[in-house]
Ligand binder design. Structure first.
Ligand code: DGJ
Length: 738
């Protein structure tokens, strides 16, 4: 028996690489033909069945070494549901009687569209396994790549389709793969929806027969359905306990995740390129690679699912040197809400002086500095400094900002063009459009077709020059509309629809090359708010903008949804003016700080309107934020009270990985009657250690709260924070051993 078991190279003690750990392993049992991946607390297993189909076997809590991992042969249920349909295939070709969601659908030039993918070969690798599939009769080969993260057990799956025929084939659907959950009746799908200004809304619905489709057809990720899912069990899963299967696509273009329960009761989650309007011509010998679809499992609730995913993003997805954590987010000031397009040297210098006084570390000039950009009708595409606003270029402003001890950052929106721009006048065929058809504009702008090599090369050159000639430490990379009329001017009809993939690949190429040439420059992904946040763009940018909605109450809801999927250390949050520009709500400055300090802190107010007291309040909170930022950005997030729309109340706790510090935020939109508040019981502390507690604003502790107590006390007894009134909040820092 043992002789048949061939293990991957991650066996404890056998691996020479210092990166390897005893807790990740890949193995293949030649007797049962079962592949088994183990990492963190997770086991993931699949097998080659009697027909050669690749079949899911198990995905859940980690099993013991030597446990029997196999599943009985699966037969069709009836003449209506033949085996191909009932077998929970890992990567099903559309053919052979399949009605469930296919991973791959191909049209051959002779009209054949039947594709049955069977096992051909495999290779165990350092971090997973690669499995070759091939069609039963035609030379179409698919390489499936499986990885498992040794710490979190998060699996990564992608597929590369190779056209081994002598002519063209057309790929009509290319998914990264299907994840299969055990048979069950009580599954709930948790997902994130939204629109501009209201991104990251949490949704939940039962999983049943009848698919739920989470998708974007916009050309980019979009706010409507983030490419993220989490499946819990009704009655069994809470924030703190119970099983959760979760995952996200690493793709910034049109995407689709389909969640369905098949005729045999299994839940199948299939994700990849959105097949809507998809048709990718593959010439002889050409290949198409899908995005990676990551997914994890925990038995410890929605909170732990987030913490695992956050850790995985910090360790594996976000850009950073191999042996380091991602850099901490700088506290930034951004000019947009203060000046909009009315930027000039004197105005920006005045704001910079004030920002430096409260401890800001990065001064970012937003839209309006280039071309004929006085409003949103002109200038996009012309990335040269507007000499009326900056007669001596950007250098004097940058020098002033640097002299004040801050880095300089700049707003760009490289993928767009206004019709009223020199670029569009010179290259009207560079936009996404259909020949001879109207070109829909959004915010008076059109999308440049980055799939065209000449557009890609132009953007790389322009941005490279901007970064080479100016001391710019940060780019806010904006993207303010979605695609329409998705034509590729000049491309052959058969290649038109490659745009859905090639655009995004070239965008990634530009970002990667800029990072290579300018390794010190950090980049933010912004899409008029949180419209392009996904694991693909996060691999090439350092931070993201969650929403243009900066109201601190709405933000608590937005941040709660965001952090269900993505790490708080990536999420920028600004303190802006009151009343808020979007919903006209007035809130105290301290409340705005306590809301924004739960991510990467930014300040976007018009500092010219502040009085001395505001500067003092801001300085206090900025100083407190600098003390806790590593904990907020790299620690474990516990959502102790999750806000719900209507009457928002939120209590969040961030605990440093080594448990040496914790940061607690509790905020209420309004209190009612004399209703008592529940004691706040912390989580994740070291029960035996002693922690000193203090308020972030330096005020006295609430009555009855001891200055020092054990972790066990803070987690068992907790603290009473009696808030009264509207827009009230308090922040606390707990420090171990003091
Ligand atoms: C949309 C962004 O979300 C805003 O923060 C700002 O940068 C504007 N674009 C500028 O046009």
């Amino acid at each position: 028996m043992q002789a048949r078991l061939i293990r991957g190279v991650l066996l404890a003690g056998l691996c020479l690489s210092p990166l390897a750990s005893a807790s990740a392993e890949s193995a293949y049992d030649a007797g049962t033909r079962v592949f088994r991946l183990d990492g963190g607390d997770v086991t993931y297993a699949f097998k080659v069945d009697g027909q050669g189909l690749l079949q899911s076997v198990y995905w859940g809590a980690r099993l013991a070494n030597g446990d029997p991992v196999d599943s009985p042969a699966i037969k069709g249920l009836s003449g209506f549901d033949v085996a191909a349909n009932v077998v929970p295939q890992e990567h099903a070709g559309w053919g052979g009687g399949l009605f469930a969601e296919a991973a791959l659908k191909i049209a051959f030039p002779d009209g054949n569209r039947d594709l049955v993918l069977v096992y051909a070969a495999h290779r165990l690798e350092r971090d997973g396994v690669t499995v070759q599939l091939r069609d039963i009769s035609r030379p179409v080969n698919v390489t499936l790549r499986y990885t498992i993260d040794r710490d979190t057990g998060i699996v990564g799956r992608s597929a590369t389709i190779v056209n081994g025929t002598a002519g063209d084939i057309r790929v009509d659907q290319a998914m990264s793969g299907t994840y299969v959950l055990p048979v069950g009746r009580d599954y709930q799908l948790n997902f994130l929806t939204g629109r501009w200004g209201a991104e990251w809304t949490r949704q939940q619905r039962p999983v049943s027969a009848g698919a739920t489709v989470l998708e974007s057809r916009r050309g980019s990720t979009g706010s409507e359905n983030n490419p993220f899912f989490a499946i819990s069990r009704a009655g069994a899963t809470t924030e703190a306990d119970g099983p959760v299967w979760f995952g996200a696509l690493a793709w910034s273009g049109s995407h689709r995740i389909t969640v369905d329960q098949d005729v045999a009761g299994r839940v199948r989650v299939t994700g990849g390129y959105n097949p809507f309007d998809f048709a990718y011509r593959l010439g002889a010998g050409e290949k198409l690679e899908t995005p990676i679809f990551y997914a994890g499992h925990t038995g410890r609730g929605m909170g732990e699912a987030s913490r695992l995913f956050h850790r995985f993003q910090r360790d594996t997805i976000l850009p950073h040197a191999a042996d380091k954590a991602p850099a901490l987010r700088k506290i930034l000031y951004n000019s947009w809400e203060a000046t909009e397009f009315k930027v000039d040297e004197a105005g920006q210098v005045a704001l910079a002086g004030k920002a430096a006084k409260i401890g800001v570390e990065r001064f970012v000039m937003d839209d309006g500095w280039f071309g004929a950009r006085n409003n949103d009708k002109a200038g996009l595409g012309d990335w040269t400094v507007n000499r009326q606003k900056f007669p001596n270029g950007l250098k004097p402003l940058i020098s002033r900002v640097n002299a004040l001890g801050m880095e300089f950052g700049l707003w760009v929106e490289p993928e767009m063009v206004n019709a009223d721009s020199d670029l569009y006048r010179a290259h009207p065929d560079w936009v996404i459009a259909f020949d001879g058809r109207p070109r829909t504009e959004g915010r008076n702008q059109m999308v440049l077709n980055l799939a065209k090599p000449e557009v890609r090369d132009h953007l790389l050159k322009v941005l490279d020059e901007l970064l080479t000639t100016n001391r710019i430490a940060f780019l806010k990379w904006d993207y303010n509309r979605n695609w329409s009329e998705p034509g590729w001017l000049g491309a052959a009809p058969a290649d038109q629809q490659r745009i859905w993939v090639d655009y995004v690949r070239n965008l990634y190429g530009i970002l990667a090359e800029l990072r290579r040439r300018h390794p010190g420059v950090e980049i933010e992904s912004c899409s008029g708010g949180g419209g392009r946040v996904d694991l693909g763009i996060m691999g090439l940018t350092d931070q993201v903008w969650a929403s243009d909605n900066t109201d601190p109450v709405d933000r608590l809801l937005i941040q709660d949804g965001f952090t269900q999927a993505y790490a708080p250390g990536t999420m920028m949050a600004w303190v802006t003016d009151s009343p808020n520009w979007l919903n006209k709500r007035s809130t105290p400055l301290s409340f705005r700080f306590l809301s924004a300090m739960q991510g990467g802190l930014g300040i976007g107010t018009n500092l010219n309107h502040w009085v001395a007291e505001d500067f003092a309040t801001a300085s206090t909170y900025v100083a407190a934020y600098k003390r806790i930022r590593a904990t907020v950005q790299r620690g474990d997030l516990y959502r102790l009270v999750r806000p719900t729309p209507g009457d928002v109340e939120s209590t969040t706790l961030y605990v440093a990985a080594d448990k040496s510090q914790a940061a607690l935020f509790t905020l209420v939109q309004g209190t009612h009657r004399l209703d008592p508040r529940t004691p706040i019981r912390l989580q994740g502390l070291d029960p035996a250690a002693r922690y000193r507690i203090e308020r972030m604003d330096g005020a006295a502790l609430p009555e009855g709260v001891p200055a020092v107590a054990s972790g066990a006390y803070w987690m068992g007894r907790g603290l009473d924070v009696p808030l009264r009134g509207d827009f009230q909040g308090a922040g606390f820092i707990l420090t171990r051993g003091s």
